[in-house]
Design a protein around this ligand. Sequence first.
Ligand SMILES: *Cc1c(COP(=O)(O)O)cnc(C)c1O
Length: 427
Amino acid sequence: MQLNNLKVPAEQVSFLQAVRQGLGQQQGLFFPSSWPKLDIEHLLSLPLVQRSAEILSALIGDELSPQQVHQMVAQAFTFPAPLVAVNEQVHCLELFHGPTLAFKDFGGRFMAQALAQAQQQQHTTIVTATSGDTGAAVAHAFFKQPGVQVVILYPKGKISMLQEKLFTTLGENITTVAVEGDFDQCQALVKQVFDHKALVAEFNINSANSINISRLFAQICYYFEAMAQVPVDKRSEVVIAVPSGNFGNLTAGLIAKALGLPIKRLVAATNLNDTVPRYWLNGEWQPKDTRATLSNAMDVSAPNNWPRVEALLAQGVISRSDIEATMVDEDDTQVGMRLLAQEGYLSEPHAAVAYKALKRSLQPGEFGIFLGTAHPAKFKEQVENILGNPIALPAILAKCAAEPGLNLEIPADFSALEHVIRQTAAQ
Ligand SMILES: *Cc1c(COP(=O)(O)O)cnc(C)c1O
C-alpha cells in the first residue's frame, strides 16, 4: 500500500516507511489515497484475530505476508472487545480489557509489532505525548524491549493519579516526563522534535501517537468486532458514538465505514473542548485554550487527526451526513454516568460523554453503540465522587498504585526535552 503525505502529496511512502517515520515532511500525516475492496459478510463471520489479520493484510498489501500480519495481530490482540447491552437499544463496546485498561492497548500493541517489523537500525527512541492513556499502552507495549528507549510526555497534574501510576512506575527503558502545560503543548513539543532533523537522525526517533498509521489501522478492527456482535437483522441500523479527543478513534470508525462496514452514522462526542462540533456547525476552525474536564483524555483543542477526516471526505468514500458532532458539558457527563448507573451499568466520564451524545442522536428502531474507552477504575476518584459508591481496583492498578512514580518534570520547552532525550539515549 502506498501512503501519501496529506500536506506534501508528492511524498509517497510504503506502510513500513510510514510506521518508521511517523510524520512526513512539514509534519504532514500519512494516509492512503485508495482503499481495498473487502468481503464484509465473510469477515463478519470470523473470530477477532483472524478477521483483524485479514483486514490489516488487505490494508498493508504485499509488503508483509498474510502470515506475518496474522502473527503480529495474534501477539497484539490478546484480549476481547465485548458488546455489552445496557438496554435494548443501547450497548457499550468495551475496549478496556487489555493490559492497561484502555482502548489505546489495541493501537499501542499493534504499533509495537509494526515497529519491530519496520526497524532498520538497532536502536530507536520513541517520543510520544499522552493525554492520559496512550502513555500506559505504549509504555507497556515496549517495556523491556531491547534497543528501544521510550520517552513519554504528559501534562503535569492533568491526568488521573492511576493513569499516571500505570506508566510512571515502570522505569527501565521507559522515561516519563511531566510537562508544565497542557496536552496540546506536549503534542507541540513532539512536533518540534520531529522538525529537528539532526536529532531525529542521531537517535533514530520515532513517534507513537495516534498519528502513527499503524495505530489507526489497528483501531479499524474493533468496529468490525462490534458489528459482528450485532444481530444480523439490526446491522443496517447501527449508530456508533465515539468519545473523541485527538480524533484517531473516530477516523478509524470512518475508515471502517469507507471499507464497507454498514455503520449508519458515527457520532463524534467531545467534552467542552469542542473545536470539531463548532467547526461542523459553522465551518470555522477555531481552537480555543484547552480546558480541563472530567474526561481528561479528551482535553484536546487542536485534534491532530482531523486532516485525515477531511481526506476521507475529499476522497468521496464518506459523506458529511455520515458524521454528527456533539459537545457534552461537565454536568451532562455526570448525568450520563448516573443514568448508566441506574440501568445497572458502571461507567466513567469518557464513555459517559459518548453515551449522552448517542442518546441525543438515536432514533426509534436504531441500534446504538457507544465506545467504552477506559475501565471505570482508572478514574476511581471521579467515579466514586459522582456515583457515591466505592469501586474496586483491578489487580494491575492496585499494584502500581502502591509504587513510586519515577517521572521527571520539565517546563514546556524544547531544549529541556532535548536534554531528556540525550540523557535517555545515553543510558
Ligand atoms: C485517548 C482517549 C480518548 C480519545 O480518543 P481519540 O482517538 O484521541 O479521539 C477517549 N477516551 C479515552 C479513555 C482515551 O484514553
